[in-house]
Design a protein. Structure first.
Length: 241
């Protein structure tokens, strides 16, 4: 969703600090008509405020006619040509996309990963590691491997013992009061390492589509970091513009 500077006049509004700063940048010509604003995530970091505060500021600017919103722009992962909408979790998303998949858990345990903790800006390096492989129900060929890392939190500290609710990580997190609100995703193609190739049963170096996601709560709390390796014979990146 891209917001661009509109050309209509400015009406006086509520004295929201962020809105005033952005309004000044528009008035001064620093942001010209048609320019794209910083993303919500960038504005959150820039002003050190919550996402909801940024959204209120942007809504006020839109109300004043300073910015407009463009919809229908985005990138989507597809399975055999069908968009994978994973708001309710990857398992249900694949089912809706027509995948006849069987899921097997490779491990569910507590691990220490200082490098990932530093990358995510977390004080604790403890994570719950959930690794799963999905294969085709008919012939068993690999569909995907997923490496989820959930920061250790009091709400889910018993997860490695109790296991997932109905086999779903999303359902388990929601039951614990953790609800996804926003995040970031990176997509590229990578050669499989020896460990993942061994799990899948193919030669190391085979190219797979890789997605890396950081999912956060409304308050900006990291809920999950997940790396998915997707079989390119099924998955593709679809972009609308």
């Amino acid at each position: 969703m891209a917001r661009t500077v509109a050309s209509s006049a400015i009406a006086s509004g509520k004295p929201e600090k962020i809105a005033r700063i952005l309004e000044k940048e528009i008035r001064s010509g620093q942001l010209a008509h048609g320019d794209q604003l910083q993303s919500e995530n960038e504005l959150v970091r820039r002003f050190s405020v919550s996402r909801s505060t940024v959204r209120k500021s942007l809504s006020e600017l839109a109300r004043r006619g300073l910015i407009t919103t463009s919809v229908g722009i985005g990138s989507f992962v597809t399975f055999d040509g069908n968009v994978v909408a994973d708001e309710a979790g990857w398992t249900k998303a694949l089912e809706k996309a027509g995948a006849n998949a069987v899921t097997r858990t490779l491990r569910l345990e507590i691990v220490s990963d200082p490098a990932l903790a530093e990358k995510l800006g977390l004080e604790s390096s403890e994570f719950i590691a959930l690794d799963r492989i999905r294969t085709h129900a008919v012939d068993g060929h690999p569909i995907s491997i997923e490496h989820s890392r959930i920061p250790m939190m009091p709400e889910i500290e018993t997860l490695p013992v109790k296991g997932l609710r109905d086999g779903s990580l999303q359902a388990t997190l929601r039951e614990a009061g953790l609800h996804p609100d926003h995040g970031e995703e990176w997509i590229d193609a990578v050669p499989l390492g020896a460990e993942d190739a061994g799990i899948i049963g193919c030669e190391p170096g085979a190219m797979f589509l890789r997605t890396r996601r950081v999912i956060r709560t409304r308050e900006g709390r990291v809920m999950e970091h997940i790396t998915s390796l997707l079989n390119p014979s099924h998955f593709a990146l679809h972009r609308e513009f």
